[in-house]
Each structure stands twice: as structure tokens, then as C-alpha cells.
Write a protein that binds this ligand. Structure first.
Ligand SMILES: NC(=O)c1ccc[n+]([C@@H]2O[C@H](COP(=O)([O-])OP(=O)(O)OC[C@H]3O[C@@H](n4cnc5c(N)ncnc54)[C@H](OP(=O)(O)O)[C@@H]3O)[C@@H](O)[C@H]2O)c1
Length: 314
């Protein structure tokens, strides 16, 4: 099968011809139609998990995808060959990922795709959609609250903006001027240009007591300290970049957490249902064929995402 993989940590991803993987016990082999691109894909290729897990090379990149069930491993119940499914596929120990014509997932990391949802849209929900849902729920976003979302224009942020607005919150989204209108269309009531000076200062000028919730999917540790100054005493902070220091923020009675997102079948099904019902819109930045995935990864490395990039595999 054709797949996009790296031959060693730090190598440039390239299209390779590799054997079709086999589904072991509790696993499902999926013929991939579309894969979602995440910044973590090139970070894994660079070695982000090298100290945490053994890796096998060539290492096929890609965490998330959608396709149809091609084969079931032993002991799998609840799925049948031909089912339309989506979920998480990153399995570095066996060299597996979603940027290939076939990929293996644990059955518990998959859910069925509702009829109304395309493979393209389903492909980008497993990581960004579930991360956004877990950040919004983990910070207990409630009606009437002010929620500042930093990194709002990217994959996770576009979902988080919609989910927070749908809960009746007043969303302030970071966005460069050219993205402000599209963020308002997703439910943000205000935008702050993060390239035009410190975000916290401008937010505090409008909300002197601070915002209730900060969801941050872009800041490093120093930037997080700066932007968290905009959160009120007793507020909540949810972060996807491992930049929060929960102990330091607890000094202002702020409940902060670094999310380690592990999508369950239940959370996958909830985001897919939200898309099927029209409550959640998928913002696709662009669709590229598998052969162009290496170039798309290079663009992700350079930043400037506007929603999600989809890799059309079949
Ligand atoms: N912990 C977990 O389990 C988990 C799960 C999923 C994702 N993540 C991480 O979460 C982060 C976001 O993922 P993603 O898929 O949403 O990335 P993405 O699609 O590449 O989007 C990142 C967005 O952040 C914006 N941005 C960059 N610097 C910014 C700044 N200083 N202030 C405000 N916005 C800024 C970018 O817009 P501009 O280019 O216009 O600035 C871009 O729209 C990544 O680091 C990813 O690895 C973690």
C-alpha cells in the first residue's frame, strides 16, 4: 500500500510502498478514505514520543482518519466489514498511522460515521474535535461566561469556538484580521489580533475583572503565563500545549489543567452526532492527495492554519 512515513526520527516524510498492516486482537483494519493533519504528526516524526514509547520504522504518520472497515481482529464486537468508521490510528510501536491506504486502530478508539457526515469531515474530528470538546467540558464553560480562546483559528480552536458559543458563552477569539470575520461566523462575538500586541492587556482593558475561562491551544509556557493574567480570580484554564503550571495558577484560585486528549468511542460519537445535526461545522483549510502530504506537513510546521487540512487517500 502507499503511505507517507519517515525512515527515522527527523527524516523528511515521504511516500513509500509498505505492507498492508494486520489487525491483531481487539483491533480493526480500516481502508482509509481521508486522514486529518495535526501538528502532532510532524512532531511525532521529529521524535516527540521517543522517550515515552518504542517506535518501529518506517513510521507511518497520522493520528486520525476515516474509512471503511476492511477486516476485524479477534475479539472485536460492534463493527462489521464495510462499516464507515473514524477514529484514532497512531500506533508508533508497530509503525502505524493514518496516512496510508490501510491503517489499524484499537476498536475502542473508533466510532461509526453517521450517514449525514462525509469521510472528509469525519477524518478531522477524532483529534481536534474531541480535544475541543474535552477542553470546553473540562473548563465547565457555562451560559453567560466570557471565554478567551487563544489559537482559535486552527483545527482545535475552530471547534472550541463553536462548542463554547453553543453553550451560551461570550467567546473572545484570537485571530489575525483576515480571519476575524470567519471566526465571528463560527460564533465568536469578539476577536483579538494576537499579532498586534499582548492579548491579555487588550482583554483586560475591556474586562477589568478578567475572563471566566481561558482555553489555550497555541501558547508556550512564557506566553501562557502572560495571557493567563487575563483570567479572573477563581476562573478556569484548559491548555492543549502542556504550557500551564496548575500549581502557580492555583495561587489565584484558578483551576488549570493540561489536557492529554484520549478520544473514547463515546466522545467520538458525540462530536460526530454534533456534526450530523448541524451543531458543529467542520472548517477544512484544504484537501490534498496523499502524495502532497509531505508538503502539507511542511506548511503545518510553518503555522498559519485556518481550520483543518485533510489528506484524501482514496
Ligand atoms: N494535548 C493534547 O492532547 C492535544 C490534542 C490536540 C492538539 N494538541 C496541540 O494543540 C495545538 C493546536 O493544535 P491545532 O490542531 O489546533 O493546530 P493548528 O491547526 O496548527 O492551529 C494553530 C493555530 O494557532 C494560531 N496561533 C499560533 N500562534 C498563536 C499565538 N501566539 N496566539 C494566538 N494564536 C496563535 C495559528 O494562527 P496564526 O498562524 O494565524 O497565528 C493557528 O490558527 C498543537 O500544539 C497541538 O499539538 C494537543
Amino acid at each position: 500500500m502507499r503511505a507517507v512515513a519517515v525512515s527515522e526520527f527527523g527524516a523528511t516524510p515521504e511516500v513509500m510502498e509498505l505492507p498492508v498492516p494486520e489487525a491483531g486482537p481487539g483491533q480493526v483494519l480500516v481502508r482509509i478514505h481521508a486522514a486529518g493533519l495535526n501538528p502532532f504528526d510532524w512532531q511525532v516524526g521529529d521524535g516527540a514520543l521517543r522517550d515515552a514509547l518504542p517506535h518501529r520504522f518506517p513510521l507511518v504518520l497520522g493520528m486520525e482518519g476515516a474509512g471503511e472497515v476492511a477486516a476485524l481482529g479477534a475479539d472485536v464486537i460492534g463493527f462489521a466489514v464495510g462499516d464507515r468508521v473514524f477514529g484514532e490510528f497512531l500506533r508508533v510501536k508497530s509503525g502505524g498511522g493514518s496516512y496510508g491506504e490501510y491503517a489499524v486502530a484499537d476498536a475502542g478508539a473508533l466510532a461509526r460515521i453517521p450517514d449525514a457526515v462525509s469521510y472528509t469531515d469525519a477524518a478531522v474530528l477524532a483529534v481536534a474535535g474531541t480535544t475541543a470538546l474535552n477542553l470546553v467540558e473540562g473548563t465547565h464553560v457555562a451560559p453567560g461566561q466570557t471565554v478567551l480562546i487563544v489559537g482559535a483559528t486552527g483545527g482545535v480552536g475552530t471547534f472550541a469556538t463553536q462548542l463554547a458559543a453553543a453553550r451560551g458563552a461570550h467567546v473572545i477569539a484570537t485571530a489575525r484580521p483576515d480571519a476575524a470575520e470567519s471566526m465571528r461566523a463560527l460564533g465568536a462575538e469578539e476577536t483579538v489580533d494576537h499579532t498586534a500586541g499582548p492579548v491579555a492587556e487588550r482583554v483586560l482593558a475591556r474586562y477589568p475583572h478578567g475572563v471566566d475561562v481561558l482555553i489555550d491551544v497555541a501558547s508556550d509556557k512564557a506566553a501562557l503565563v502572560a495571557v493567563a493574567a487575563a483570567v479572573r480570580w477563581g476562573g478556569a484554564v484548559g491548555v492543549s500545549t502542556w504550557a500551564a503550571d496548575p500549581e502557580a495558577l492555583a495561587a489565584r484560585d484558578i483551576r488549570a489543567f493540561n489536557l492529554d486528549n484520549r478520544p473514547t468511542a463515546e466522545v467520538l460519537a458525540r462530536v460526530a452526532d454534533d456534526v450530523a445535526a448541524g451543531r458543529l461545522r467542520v472548517t477544512v483549510d484544504g484537501t490534498v492527495p496523499l502524495a502532497e502530504a509531505p508538503a502539507a506537513l511542511a506548511r503545518s510546521r510553518a503555522g498559519r492554519a485556518r481550520g483543518k487540512t485533510v489528506i484524501a487517500v482514496a
